[in-house]
Design a protein around this ligand. Structure first.
Ligand code: FAD
Length: 485
């Protein structure tokens, strides 16, 4: 019988899945497959938090397939030999998948496509992860964009196609076809730290749809201003769902534009418009990664490869990683990340600025920590976020823009709710001192039950001095690069 293999990767959904829909249209038998080959993703195989999410997301996909009388076939890689074996076992004549954009995976997929075609299989690949392909958006000079605003304009001019429909009926997979179990992939850690983390989430297509629905209901009209308030529930928290393709950006684009069109209130329309801009930031990240594949490790702005980072001690990095810097909003963010696998965008910028500027630790160290701890760790968006904050990427914040975490805290967490939630030892401090306990009088600290240096650390650095040190380092870099030009 005419059979196609559909290789699920980061497109773990049944709706708006072009590879799956194409297979269903063309073939009588369709075999959904997941191949476990993290080595092929080196040097960026999924981090610990991502693996936990992936486990649950695969479980959810398999459950949805089983409800339709089908099952997901799990196999270990290498991907080429696993695909060849599956094709031989099922007598498949075609293999379809949705494209990925991590540099190592683009190379791997091209090689795989060529090898399978040589074996006589029809291989076709599709876009499920982006509004437009990174090569479709071009400057007038036919090159890639390095600045967000004209890129965003171009995305809107090209326009966004509507999403595809839902795969409703799937033909059964023969009982005799062997599959490993999800547990065989060993995605979950041996120690059970992940249980508390994943309790904050519902991985899978249904969870993604619910997150979108509740955002449209409760977040959209507040989003324009509220997206900067880390204590408030006004952002969508869709990033891990998007990363694993449990929902596609075109589905979100359509839902948001429809909500804007049907809304009479300006706040929802403004919120929607701001939200679409953020979705385009994600596209911009993919555009940059595709055209500048060296950027996960090296700055896009080459001048910064000579930046005089400070020789840091392990304990400095460790204090930042574990939320023990003595700067409350930084510590709150790092603890939110540790406990939930996610951090609010405003706080990501604050902690990244603190690491790269106040502590002068290279942005790559921060990016690696995020890679291991974020459930939404995404090579494109993480690279963009770190390079933007460090001042060395495309359209980056200028290096001399150094976030003051005390002022950021006072502005975006004025009542200190966010800090109180994640740094409970400070919870009794009055608002005046919640973002700067080292300035509090002895009585205020005593009344709040805090002994600085014992219950909560003294600040790792003086904010004003470390700011000046960062500005001096930037001046040194300017002189250095001026000399070599
Ligand atoms: P919402 O505010 O609801 O935004 C909706 C969607 O738009 C997000 O899900 C995301 O896909 C996209 N988006 C929003 N802001 C950005 C942005 N600045 N860059 C790219 N896409 C954006 N995002 C990741 O998905 N993975 C990462 O690994 C990642 N690392 C980051 C590292 C740093 C240092 C910084 C400053 C930002 C990083 N971001 C990353 C971007 C951003 O912080 C998250 O996308 C956002 O916080 C996710 O929460 P949300 O879904 O509620 O966002």
């Amino acid at each position: 019988m005419d059979t196609a293999l559909v290789w699920f990767r980061r497109d773990l959904r049944l709706a708006d899945n072009p590879a799956l829909l194409h297979a269903l249209k063309r073939h009588q038998r369709v075999i959904p497959v997941y191949l476990h080959c993290p080595d092929e993703e080196a040097p960026w195989p999924p981090g610990a938090a991502q693996r936990v999410w992936l486990h649950h997301s695969l479980q959810a996909l398999d459950d949805s397939l089983r409800k339709k009388g089908v099952r997901l076939i799990f196999r270990h890689g290498p991907s080429l030999s696993a695909m060849q074996r599956l094709a031989a076992e099922t007598e498949a004549c075609a293999s379809y998948w949705n494209r990925l954009y991590d540099p190592a995976l683009i190379i791997r997929d091209k090689q795989l496509e060529a090898a399978l075609q040589q074996d006589g299989l029809n291989v076709e690949t599709f876009n499920s992860a982006l509004l437009q392909e990174p090569w479709e958006i071009k400057t007038k000079q036919d090159g890639p964009y390095k600045v967000y605003t004209p890129f965003a304009r171009s995305v809107r001019e090209v326009g966004v196609d509507p999403p595809n429909g839902m795969a409703r009926k799937l033909p059964a997979v023969a009982k005799s076809l062997l599959s490993e179990t999800l547990e065989d992939l060993q995605l979950l850690p041996r120690q059970a730290w992940h249980r508390n983390m994943i309790a904050h989430w519902q991985p899978g297509e249904l969870g993604a749809r619910q997150a979108l629905r509740s955002f449209l209901k409760a977040g959209l009209s507040q989003y324009k201003e509220g997206r900067n308030l880390p204590a408030e529930p006004f952002v969508s928290r869709l990033s891990p769902h998007l990363h694993f393709g449990e929902i596609g950006p075109r589905q979100i684009w359509q839902a948001v534009t429809q909500a804007m069109d049907s809304s009479r209130d300006k706040a929802s329309r403004d919120g929607g418009d701001t939200y679409l801009k953020e979705l385009i930031w994600r596209e911009f990240a993919y555009h940059l990664l595709f055209h500048f594949p060296h950027t996960p490790d090296s700055p896009l702005n080459d001048r910064f490869s000579q930046f005089p980072w400070l020789e840091h001690e392990d304990k400095t990095l460790s204090a930042w990683q574990h939320g023990r810097t003595g700067i409350p909003i930084v510590d709150a963010g790092m603890r939110e990340l540790w406990q939930t696998g996610w951090m609010h965008n405003r706080v990501r910028m604050i902690v990244a600025s603190f690491l790269t500027k106040n502590l002068l630790v290279p942005w790559q160290e921060g990016a690696r920590w995020f890679w291991d701890t974020l459930v939404d760790a995404d090579l494109a968006s993480n690279t963009l976020g770190w390079q933007w904050t460090a001042g060395c990427g495309a359209d980056a914040a200028p290096y001399f823009r150094i976030f003051n975490p005390v002022l950021q805290g006072a502005r975006f967490d004025p009542a200190g709710d966010y800090v109180r939630q994640w740094v409970p030892e400070l919870s009794k401090l009055p608002n005046k001192w919640i973002h700067q306990p080292w300035r509090a009088k002895k009585d205020a600290l005593q009344e709040a039950g805090i002994q600085l240096g014992k219950d909560y650390p003294q600040p790792l650095v003086d904010l004003a001095e470390s700011r000046q040190r960062a500005l001096n380092a930037y001046d040194n870099l300017r002189e250095l690069t001026a000399q070599s030009e």
